[in-house]
Design a protein around this ligand. Structure first.
Ligand code: JFZ
Length: 316
């Protein structure tokens, strides 16, 4: 564990990728801009699951290019990436055999982007991490929690353990076995989860991916994790003796949102990276690809600007 942690803290800089069905909506529903984070639009607009599922038919990702993504990430000096394998909407952005609601079986794209990304990561010496929303899942009737899908399903009839055994644990296992070595298993939004459940998820990852670190958002209490995820976009003043990571957006939403034009500058990111590294933290900078699978031009410009400082990032 010590070695694993040391490796992770030496990585220092990573790229987060928020991409999924919600990206297709671009933060807009029925002609209106959703005021919240674009990846929360299903919840915010209470979009019926049946209608939301139909969006998958439009997910062609005609310009998706794993090699181009990872090449652009590696050029900045980033040493790991964290791919959103399942966000709160419950859609698996990888080939899952326990739920048809996944990118291979439910879309015209029909390929496994995570497989392609894992291969590109190996070519560019980028450690691969996966993000998995283990509690919130708006597709599953039994994913009980404070932010569950209560417009399609009834909280009274929800039995969290059914969701946990049918979907969450099996998908965590798929992610740990189908894509080679993982560097990070990134859990999110544990509100409502018992310590026993969190420990069970941690034990599964530890058994199948002994080289992966686990972030603190796996649980609400004293569950088994390797480093602290600080509040989003919040430069932490945690003690340098703790391993920690701050994740941040380039604009406001994590997922692609049309009109979300308040982009932070590249120098802002360089400053934050220096700040973070000086305090023993990692910086995880987010990219939100567009529905066709390409990276927004403004994000590409920022990545290119960061690449100009690769030598400085390399020595961090
Ligand atoms: C979560 C997600 O809900 C969000 O969509 C995104 O994926 C982000 C990376 O993580 O949002 C959070 C989770 C935790 C905090 C803030 C936003 N926090 O602890 O401050």
């Amino acid at each position: 564990t010590r070695l694993r942690r040391r490796q992770f803290t030496q990585d220092r800089f990573g790229i987060f990728v928020h991409f999924g069905i919600s990206s297709i909506l671009e933060g807009w529903w029925k002609g209106e801009c959703f005021e919240g984070l674009s990846e929360w639009i299903m919840y915010g607009r209470k979009i019926p699951l049946k209608e939301y599922q139909k969006l998958a038919d439009q997910f062609e990702m005609s310009r998706f290019d794993a090699e181009a993504w990872v090449k652009a990430f590696a050029a900045t000096g980033a040493r790991y990436m964290v791919y959103v394998a399942k966000h709160h909407d419950g859609f698996a952005m990888f080939h899952s055999h326990v739920s048809d609601f996944n990118i291979v079986d439910a879309t015209p794209f029909g390929r496994d982007p995570l497989k392609e990304l894992s291969e590109a990561c190996a070519r560019h010496d980028i450690r691969l991490g996966v993000y998995y929303s283990h509690v919130i899942d708006w597709e599953h009737p039994h994913a009980w929690g404070p932010q569950m899908n209560d417009w399609d399903f009834s909280p009274e009839e929800a039995d969290f353990d059914t969701y946990w055994r049918e979907k969450a644990l099996p998908q965590i296992e798929e992610l740990c076995t189908q894509y080679g070595d993982l560097g990070v298993f990134w859990f999110d939004m544990p509100a409502g989860l018992s310590d026993a459940h969190a420990e069970e998820a941690a034990a599964l990852v530890r058994r199948l991916q002994p080289g992966a670190v686990i972030n603190s958002r796996i649980g609400v209490g004293n569950s088994d994790f390797d480093y602290v995820s600080t509040d989003d976009n919040y430069p932490s003043n945690l003690l340098p003796s703790r391993d920690w990571e701050m994740c941040a957006t380039m604009n406001t939403s994590w997922g692609w949102k049309r009109g979300d034009d308040d982009w932070k500058s590249a120098s802002n990111h360089l400053y934050t990276l220096a700040h973070t590294v000086s305090r023993n933290g990692n910086y995880l900078l987010n990219v939100g690809p567009m529905p066709d699978g390409s990276i927004p031009s403004r994000a590409i410009e920022i990545l290119n600007d960061l690449a100009e400082y690769k030598q400085a990032i390399d020595i961090t």
